[in-house]
Design a protein. Structure first.
Length: 481
């Protein structure tokens, strides 16, 4: 396969990729755009999804990786199983046979063998264009072949980037893929254009992450973002958010890292036991319902509400969706001349019992939530005066503070306004004066009040070490589309 150079000025396809797009989704390294278009008002519009990522390698490497149909492709393209070239038309075109899976992450769709035609071209600007079109009605396709709308045509464009990687003296190219969704081909009553394009967005995000890793190492690099429906998410060490993760001992002579977070063992916390209503005895907690995957430390000119509705949690949402989990976030808001928010992110299995005390909390009303949501604080290391001020008694959050609960199909967030209580605000402002020298433990749970709801189970635990107020990350409001 060779790269053929052409004149970019006379190519309409390159101009199409330069048209104005609407920002749909963004992370620090990836951007997603979307647009509808139709040349004929009488025909259905085509929805296009465009994703761009910057990869630190050369254009030839990316080009050959994208056209390769060997088994190594499976390491970065989870929809691919095998492929081969049926006919080499000339130096910049071929017909290929691919055994792959339609892009529907959350649905059980079988792998199918399909036929596609590919073409590629290199332009004088250094850009490379690769197009893949699936053949739906052609003499090259067998009579038994049944290709539906789920196999979406797509276009790759590789172009030199002008970004951070170049400042670090690393050669970098932007890889952009555009998926074309013809809404007129959707089978009525089965899948909506929105659902189809959403699946493509999440698939392509995973695809881009895998491509980035593979192009750098030329081997399988196990990264959290590549966990999908075929993989087990157990023992994941994923960390999202602005604080670094990692366990640290409470030994006196330990040198703590600043802004460190991790989830201590649940047995460190005492909860109501099975016979608590009769004997009042508390027992060490047995397990956590959720997994702590990150902590954010934000600062903003205004109080930060509903953090998970902003694009700063895009990658976390993708990770949760791929692993059939949802996000449970606790956003503790600290007022002042500048507003702080410390946000704890937990992943909860989507299969939790909706009739459990936790399920009733998620699907119940705010009255139930205010009466049940409980926080247990502790200062395992720090000045005695701070330990005494904070204590370690459980707090029913809704009884002492104003809390807001946000539930969507993607996440559940609890926003706790420390400023709603003069006493709590005074204690937290006092603690902030010592926080650089503190180790702070928090756990969250739903209170059990009947035999069937005991023993209590923790939603999640967290430990924050030596938090630096000056290191808070400026919050940039950016709502999802």
């Amino acid at each position: 396969m060779q790269l053929k150079t052409g004149d970019v000025r006379n190519d309409n396809k390159m101009n199409q990729l330069k048209e104005r797009w609407k920002m749909l989704f963004t992370t620090e390294t990836i951007q997603i755009f979307e647009k509808y278009e139709s040349s004929d008002r009488a025909k259905p519009k085509t929805r296009r999804i465009k994703v761009t990522i910057s990869i630190p390698t050369d254009v030839e490497t990316i080009f050959h990786i994208l056209l390769d149909l060997n088994s190594t492709r499976k390491t970065w393209d989870k929809a691919f199983r095998w492929g081969n070239i049926l006919n080499k038309v000339d130096n910049d075109k071929d017909i290929v046979q691919i055994h792959s899976k339609p892009i529907l992450l959350g649905r059980k769709v079988p792998f199918q063998t399909v036929i596609a035609k590919r073409s590629w071209k290199k332009f004088q600007t250094g850009q490379v264009l690769i197009q893949t079109e699936f053949i739906r009605s052609n003499e090259l396709a067998s009579e038994s072949q049944n290709i539906d709308y789920m196999y979406n045509d797509y276009t790759w464009m590789i172009s030199p980037s002008q970004g951070l990687l170049e400042k670090e003296n690393r050669s970098s190219f932007n890889s952009t893929v555009v998926y074309h969704i013809d809404t007129g081909q959707l089978r009525r009553g089965e899948y909506s254009p929105h659902i189809c394009s959403e699946d493509i967005r999440f698939y392509v995000l995973e695809l881009m992450r895998g491509l980035e890793a593979y192009s750098e190492t030329k081997s399988v690099r196990r990264i959290p973002m590549l966990l999908n429906q075929f993989d087990s998410p157990e023992n994941s060490t994923t960390s999202f958010g602005s604080l670094t993760s990692g366990e640290q001992s409470l030994t006196e002579n330990i040198a703590y890292a600043e802004n460190n977070c991790y989830s201590p063992e649940s047995k460190n916390y005492m909860v109501r036991g099975k016979s608590y209503l009769a004997d009042g005895i508390k027992v060490p907690a047995q397990s956590n319902l959720g997994e702590l995957v990150g902590v954010d430390w934000f600062i903003h000119s205004e109080r930060i509400d509903n953090v998970c509705s902003h694009t700063c949690t895009n990658e976390l949402e993708l990770h949760a969706r791929i692993n059939n989990k949802f996000i449970f976030a606790v956003n503790i808001q600290v007022p002042g001349s500048k507003h702080f928010s410390i946000v704890f992110y937990y992943l909860i299995p989507s299969s939790f019992d909706k009739n459990s005390v936790f399920g009733k909390f998620i699907y119940g009303d705010d009255e139930y939530r205010n009466a049940r949501f409980k926080l247990i604080p502790n200062i395992p290391k720090g000045p005695w005066i701070v330990q005494r001020a904070v204590g370690n008694k459980p707090l029913i959050v809704g009884g002492a503070l104003k809390a807001m609960y946000i539930r969507t199909g993607r996440y559940f967030e609890v926003d706790i306004d420390i400023g709603s209580s003069t006493v709590a605000n005074s204690i937290v402002r006092f603690v902030l004066g010592y926080v650089r020298n503190l180790v702070v433990d928090l756990c969250f749970l739903v209170e059990g009040k009947s035999m069937s709801e005991l023993p209590e189970e923790l939603i999640g635990t967290s430990r924050i070490s030596h938090l630096d107020p000056d290191s808070a990350k400026p919050f940039s409001p950016s709502f999802r589309f």
